[in-house]
Design a protein around this ligand. Structure first.
Ligand SMILES: [Zn+2]
Length: 297
């Protein structure tokens, strides 16, 4: 699509989101301002980038040196279907709490390259439904990929600690393999809304971690603290585990090592060693947590 048409479409989608958006600096309503801006009531202005994404952050953002590579590789593997069984479960859990024709939104908090929001909406048949979904991440490299790939949704560089949203506007919040900010989640969540958090389990990519550092890495990694924190911060409605095996392909080796903070500092020969060991699959195992606001919140 030509840049101009793409920008017009992106602005129209942000217009659909006007009732839920908030200025990250002063929290007043944000309105679209043609041709390519969002403007708050106190005249803070945010311009759409060429790919249709917008920076909704109060100050400058820092780019981490690893993040471009991480999001590119995770994106590449997501395109080959690596996360599909996981996202089918996420969509099923969200579907139990999603009431049709809501004027509230589905937020992907920590969206990275955007595959989760896109796929889950598709699974739930929400593709044409308005208002459109919003994906936010502080990592510009991820949001850039999302805007480039899924131009049917809205994407913003934003801080999870200062979400550019009015209170009570999200019917669902996806938080997939990303840090959380629970006080912000509770602020923007509608009373009937749910947070769906995905975290890796001890078995996630265990073949790679076992071979690269026998005994150590597996012992070190535990999701207990993350799970405890979720239970403290949210009312836990459900907890499920999704487990499947993914066939190792030689051409995906580098992508596998670089897509996760758990493995990105392992040497490239780690997966070669997995291949040499005769194993043909790696374990994908995740915990899916569904949480609501506590009554007292
Ligand atoms: Zn403002």
């Amino acid at each position: 699509m030509a840049t101009r048409a793409k920008l017009e479409q992106a602005l129209l989608r942000f217009q659909q989101l006007e009732p839920v958006l908030a200025c990250p600096i002063c929290r007043t309503m944000l309105r679209t301002q043609p041709p390519t801006s969002l403007l708050c009531q106190r005249h803070h202005s945010f311009d759409l980038a060429k790919n249709g994404m917008v920076h909704l952050v109060a100050g400058p953002t820092k780019t981490q040196p690893y993040e471009k590579r991480l999001f590119e590789q995770r994106h590449r593997l997501s395109q080959s279907g690596l996360f599909r069984p996981l996202l089918i479960e996420v969509a099923a859990q969200l579907g139990r709490h999603w009431s049709g024709h809501s004027n509230k939104i589905l937020l992907d908090a920590g969206c990275g390259s955007g595959f989760a929001l896109h796929y889950v909406r598709e699974q739930l048949g929400l593709v044409q439904e308005r208002p459109y979904g919003l994906g936010v991440d502080l990592a510009k490299a991820g949001v850039h990929l999302a805007a480039k790939t899924y131009d049917c949704l809205s994407w913003a560089v934003a801080d999870l600690a200062n979400l550019p949203l009015q209170a009570g506007t999200c019917q669902g919040i996806l938080n997939v393999l990303s840090p959380s900010n629970y006080s912000e989640f509770r602020r923007v969540l509608a009373p009937e809304g749910v947070v769906i958090k995905v975290l890796p389990t001890k078995a996630y990519l265990q073949e790679i971690r076992e071979i690269s550092s026998p005994g150590q890495e597996l012992k070190q990694y535990s999701n207990d603290a993350v799970l405890d924190r979720f239970r403290q911060e949210m009312h836990l409605l459900r907890q499920t585990t999704v487990r499947y095996l993914w066939p190792i392909k030689h051409e995906e080796i580098r992508a596998f090592l670089e897509m996760s903070p758990l493995t990105w500092n392992l040497p490239l020969d780690s997966l070669e060693a997995v291949l040499a060991s005769g194993r043909e699959t790696v374990t994908m195992e995740f915990m899916v947590l569904v949480g609501a606001r506590r009554q007292a919140n």
